[in-house]
Design a protein around this ligand. Structure first.
Ligand code: ADE
Ligand code: ZN
Length: 338
């Protein structure tokens, strides 16, 4: 480990863009397939990993939804979440706001409660074991229709006090935020936070729809906002948090290479950018790997890395007093390691 690697590992941080189903490592996929007697179209862990070559978002989504089929029981969801939290804790994550895709499971006959209870158990276990706090964000699959999203929001009602917000993910192009205007209005009326994947592959107009029609509290990815200077100015002015996912952007061919990633340009433009892993089992690394990749690829200074970690707490849905406590710890760390 270099000095910078050690600095990054110890840097207190929050992770704000993590699909828990995207943390399912091939080893665990085989373990769950075996214990649930599910057939998967791979013979070995190596064969699974070799299949993780994507040229766009849809390539990835096809294999990601197939992989989720091994998740059957509360124990599976709990164990998957715990494996993520163990790795996150080792990366200096003290708080995580995790996405889950209930429709991926309910559409295969897994009850909503099996998914929610398993994840909530993993979250409680992670807090007990690591002191790592977390929040749950329910994502609607945007390739499905509004009615299906409403049905999912209804199914979530018994757990609604344990869900911090709603999100929108899956195939972006052709499924603009406007498609879910009424669903997000209903979620907002329930007091839920609202986040949306926009500007990952979709145009800046989708980001504007997320702001104007879905009234987002945070923007997931947002990279293509950079094509529209007025939009950048608006995002900067409103201190909108962007949950940027560098290794994901490379793996899904949304940026050419880590060396040309715009993370430092985002900071220079005054955007509240954060660093996250998205789907770490599929994209070659957890949040620590993302910080190391971007630090190396863009030659980021310690000050810039501290800014990214600071943004992760400022952009979280934690109460102000918790944010202040985490920022004080971060400042003390930065001072001790200047
Ligand atoms: N679901 C899981 N990861 C995703 C991503 N990066 N974009 C859209 N939907 C997703
Ligand atoms: Zn994502």
């Amino acid at each position: 480990m270099t000095d910078l690697d050690t600095f990054i590992a110890g840097l207190p941080k929050a992770e704000l863009h993590l699909h828990i189903e995207g943390s399912l490592e091939p080893e665990q996929m085989f373990e769950f397939a075996r214990r649930n007697a599910i057939e998967i179209p791979f013979k070995s862990v190596e064969e699974v990993r070799a299949a993780y070559e994507f040229s766009n978002l849809q390539d990835f989504l096809d294999i990601y939804y197939a992989g989720a089929s091994v998740l059957q029981t509360e124990q599976d969801f709990r164990d998957m979440a715990m494996a993520y939290f163990d790795r996150a804790a080792a990366d200096g994550v003290v708080h995580a706001e995790i996405f889950f895709d209930p429709q991926t499971h309910t559409d295969r006959g897994i009850p909503f409660g099996v998914v929610a209870n398993g994840l909530l158990q993993g979250m409680a276990d992670a807090e007990a074991k690591h002191g790592l706090t977390s929040k749950l964000i329910l994502c609607f699959l945007r390739h499905l229709d509004e009615e299906a999203a409403f049905k999912t929001l209804n199914q979530a009602q018994p757990w609604i006090d344990q869900i911090a917000g709603v999100g929108l993910d899956s195939s972006e192009v052709g499924h603009p935020p406007s498609k879910f205007e009424r669903v997000f209005a209903a979620a907002g009326a329930m007091g839920l936070k609202r986040v949306v994947h926009a500007g990952e592959e979709g145009p800046p107009e989708y980001v504007k729809e997320a702001l104007d029609l879905l009234h987002i509290d945070r923007l997931d990815h947002g990279n293509r906002s950079l094509e529209d200077p007025d939009l950048v100015a608006r995002l900067a002015r409103s201190a909108m948090t962007l949950t940027v996912c560098p290794l994901s952007n490379v793996k899904l061919c949304n940026v050419e290479s880590i060396d040309t990633h715009p993370i430092d340009r985002m900071l220079e433009l005054g955007l509240r950018a954060t660093v996250n892993s998205d789907d770490p089992a599929y994209f070659g690394g957890y949040v620590g790997d993302n910080y190391r990749a971007i630090a190396g690829g863009r030659g980021l200074s310690r000050t810039q890395l501290v800014t990214l970690a600071r943004n992760s707490f400022l952009g979280s849905f934690l109460p102000d007093e918790d944010v202040a406590r985490h920022l004080a710890t971060l400042d003390a760390y930065a001072e001790a390691h200047a």
